[in-house]
Each structure stands twice: as structure tokens, then as C-alpha cells.
Ligand binder design. Structure first.
Ligand code: SAM
Ligand code: SF4
Ligand code: SF4
Length: 383
């Protein structure tokens, strides 16, 4: 059988180069991993920097003035990102989320959005193109992003209480400015807007009901995220995780709510709608989402790949090893730059061999892995 060598140089950890039987790749048109999961969702981290120091993501003690961020030359250019995105879309990706770090810190991000917006799936459908941001620069940028072709945004906001919020972002940033960003995004037509709230027991769980009250009936979908053990620096403890089941219990003690069906395969959030007097969902009051990534693993239909700021692909948020595509895009001292067909073959190879299911086996692996197998930080591969 003819075989073809694909130069997959693993990021940070060197691994043998992969050998891919070309026939097998060509025959399988619906790309499935070893667990039958399709490749549908690509998260692209456009910067590893952030202007916040959320303790659950980039704690100050670790991400201080000594921290080595990626040099500019290591970052994928917008043209390189757009080229890779095009190849990913040819391989089945239908949704792209720009993230980081804080994506709006990347200069002229709207130029990247303008390159991604025209991409179409092989069936001719437009991409679902979105962005996750801490909202600090949204009031300034919302209109330009919309004009460049962005469809919608997700804004992270962990509390309405200004003191709690300033403490959680750890740079004393006021909540009013993020709310102004959300308003600007709504006015620019970047809806339906989602707001992500990471819930930490004892830190901001008393903000669950006030946050729900604020966004109920506003057209914004508030999503409660269980605090995750992602990366290797946030000092995660299980007793700080407030299960989504407890969130919904607290909300139901305030308002009648009904469970809603999921809208898409691989959807991470469980949906609950505010009900009317007859117990039926009232769309005018809206809905909330529960992202129970710790207590209810959703690896079973996880269709997400992540592209790091410097061009490595990670097939799981909890991966310790990524696969370098940048050297294939640019070429290096040992290999010439690859063609689009080479990139496609590398992506197919990665996905075909994917077996990740960290959340399903969380309890059986050491929370603090040895240094050589350190999990990658979320600010580097994107949320
Ligand atoms: N800076 C942007 C932001 O905060 O929206 C985008 C990047 S951030 C890594 C993406 C999402 O990951 C945010 O909604 C954030 O709240 C979430 N996140 C970060 N660390 C987390 C953790 N340890 N557990 C759960 N969610 C986390
Ligand atoms: Fe920055 Fe977002 Fe991480 Fe907070 S969650 S530190 S805003 S990247
Ligand atoms: Fe997907 Fe990995 Fe999260 Fe499971 S743990 S849902 S495989 S990213």
C-alpha cells in the first residue's frame, strides 16, 4: 500500500513523524475520529496575551512581568490563519470561534474577520463565525467587527457586583465598561449575545441569581460554566466547583423554568427556558445555559479542535501535546512549505487518530501531571 509521510512535528514534545496511508484518507469523506466524532468546530487563539488576570485562567503570580509570551514572529499571520481555516472548513468545520488570551488585543482583528467571513462549507453554507471576549474593548470595536462580517459574540462576565468583578479580573476593571460593551454589541447586531459566567463556589456564586435577573428578558443568553481544572496554574480544587445542577436549583427557586432541547450536535450547553404562567417556555423571557464540563462530561460528541496562537493543533482542551502546523505552512530548515493538500492530509491524520475524552476520565488521571506532561494553558489554546 502506498504510504506518505506527513511532517507532524509535535509542539513542545517531540514525537515520531506520522505515516499516513493515502488511500484511507481519500476514501473517508466524513472525517471521524476513533470514537466516531466529526470535526465541526475550530477555536482559533489569536493572542496569548490578556489585559485581565482572572485567577482561574491567568493568575497574576504566574502571568507576571517575567512571563515569556510568544514573540511576534511566532504568531500565525492573518493570512496563515485564514489559509488554515479554509483547509479546516474543507475538512468539515462549520463553526469558527476567535479567542485567546483576549482576542481584541490583537491589532486590526477585523482584518482577519474580513478574511474568514466569506468562507463557505463544501455544501455552500456560510460559516458560523463568532468571537469570545472579556468585553473590555467591545464598545470601541463592535461596529467594525460587525461590518467586517462577524456574526455574533460571547462576552465573559463573572459578576454584576463591581467589587466582586474587579477582584475576579484582578486588574480592577469596572463592570460598567463590560456592560457598555454588551450594549454596543447588541446595537451593532452581533446577537444573539451570549454571556459566560464561570462560577466559583465561595467567590461569585452569590451572583448567580442577580446575573440571571439582569439578563432575563434582555435577549442575552447567560451561560453558567463550571470552574474547570484546565491548564496547570490555576490551583483548581473540586470544592470550588459549583455543579450546574445546583445553579439550576437556585434559579428554579426564583422562577419557573423548563428544560429545552439542544439545537445542535456537540452543543456544550444544556438549555433551560424561563416559563410563562402555564409552564411553557416564554421566548420573550429567554433562556440560560449550563456548561457542566466537570460534573457531566460531554466528550461523547465533542467536535472541537483548537489552533494555538503559534499554529499548533490541539484536539482536546486538556491536551498536553499539540501538533505543529506552522512549520508545514511556512516550511522550516528540514522541510519545504506544504501545499493545501499536505495541510488537509495532516489535519485528517490528526482527527482520524484522535481519542481524547479527558472529562470522562478526569477522576482516573493525576490532577497534577508531571512537568513533562503539563497541560496547556487555556489562554494559549483558547476557550
Ligand atoms: N479572554 C476571552 C474571554 O475571557 O472571554 C477569551 C478567552 S477565555 C480563555 C475563554 C473562556 O474561557 C471565557 O469565557 C472564560 O471565562 C473561560 N475560562 C477560562 N478559564 C476557565 C476555567 N478554569 N474554567 C472554566 N472556564 C474558564
Ligand atoms: Fe483573560 Fe479571558 Fe483568561 Fe480572563 S478568562 S484571564 S479575560 S483570557
Ligand atoms: Fe472535548 Fe476534551 Fe473537553 Fe472532552 S475534555 S469535551 S474531548 S475538549
Amino acid at each position: 500500500m502506498a504510504e506518505r509521510v506527513i511532517p507532524l512535528v509535535q509542539h513542545r514534545v517531540l514525537a515520531p513523524r506520522a505515516t499516513v496511508p493515502v488511500e484511507r484518507l481519500a476514501l473517508q469523506d466524513q472525517l471521524q475520529d476513533t470514537r466516531g466524532r466529526l470535526l465541526r468546530d475550530l477555536r482559533i487563539s489569536v493572542t496569548d496575551r490578556c489585559n485581565f488576570r482572572c485567577s482561574y485562567c491567568m493568575p497574576k503570580e504566574v502571568f507576571d512581568s517575567e512571563h515569556a509570551y510568544l514573540p511576534h514572529a511566532a504568531l500565525l499571520s492573518f493570512e496563515e490563519i485564514a489559509r488554515l481555516a479554509r483547509v479546516f472548513v474543507q475538512q468539515g468545520v462549520q463553526k469558527i470561534r476567535l479567542t485567546g488570551g483576549e482576542p481584541l488585543l490583537r491589532k486590526n482583528l477585523e482584518a482577519l474577520v474580513a478574511q474568514l467571513a466569506p468562507l463557505k462549507t463544501p455544501e455552500g453554507r456560510p460559516l458560523d463565525l463568532t468571537l469570545t471576549t472579556n468585553g473590555t474593548l467591545l464598545a470601541r470595536k463592535a461596529r467594525q467587527l460587525r461590518e467586517a462580517g462577524l456574526k455574533r459574540v460571547t462576552v465573559s462576565l463573572d459578576a454584576l457586583d463591581d467589587r466582586v468583578f474587579r477582584r475576579m479580573n484582578d486588574v480592577d476593571f469596572p463592570v460598567a465598561e463590560v456592560l457598555r460593551g454588551i450594549d454596543a454589541a447588541q446595537a451593532a447586531g452581533l446577537g444573539p449575545i451570549k454571556v459566560n459566567m464561570v462560577v466559583k463556589r465561595g467567590t461569585n456564586d452569590h451572583e448567580i441569581v442577580p446575573m440571571a435577573r439582569h439578563f432575563r428578558g434582555s435577549g442575552v443568553v447567560l451561560r453558567f460554566i463550571e470552574y474547570m481544572d484546565v491548564g496547570a496554574s490555576n490551583g483548581w480544587r473540586m470544592d470550588e466547583v459549583l455543579p450546574g445542577a445546583e445553579v439550576i436549583q437556585r434559579l428554579r427557586s426564583e422562577w419557573p423554568m423548563v428544560a429545552l432541547p439542544s439545537t445542535a450536535a456537540g452543543e456544550t450547553a444544556q438549555r433551560w427556558g424561563y416559563a410563562d404562567a402555564f409552564g411553557r417556555h416564554d421566548p420573550g423571557l429567554g433562556e440560560i445555559g449550563l456548561i457542566n464540563s466537570v460534573t457531566q462530561a460531554f466528550c461523547g460528541d465533542c467536535n472541537r479542535a483548537r489552533l494555538s496562537t503559534d499554529g499548533a493543533v490541539y484536539t482536546c482542551l486538556f491536551a498536553t501535546v499539540g501538533h505543529d502546523l506552522r512549520s508545514l505552512v511556512r516550511g522550516d530548515e528540514r522541510h519545504p512549505a506544504g501545499t493545501d493538500a499536505d495541510l488537509a492530509a495532516a489535519i485528517r491524520h490528526l482527527w482520524l487518530h484522535r481519542s481524547d475524552r479527558y472529562s470522562e476520565i478526569r477522576g482516573t488521571v493525576p490532577h497534577r501531571p508531571p512537568a513533562a506532561a503539563r497541560r496547556i494553558e487555556m489562554s494559549y489554546i483558547g476557550g
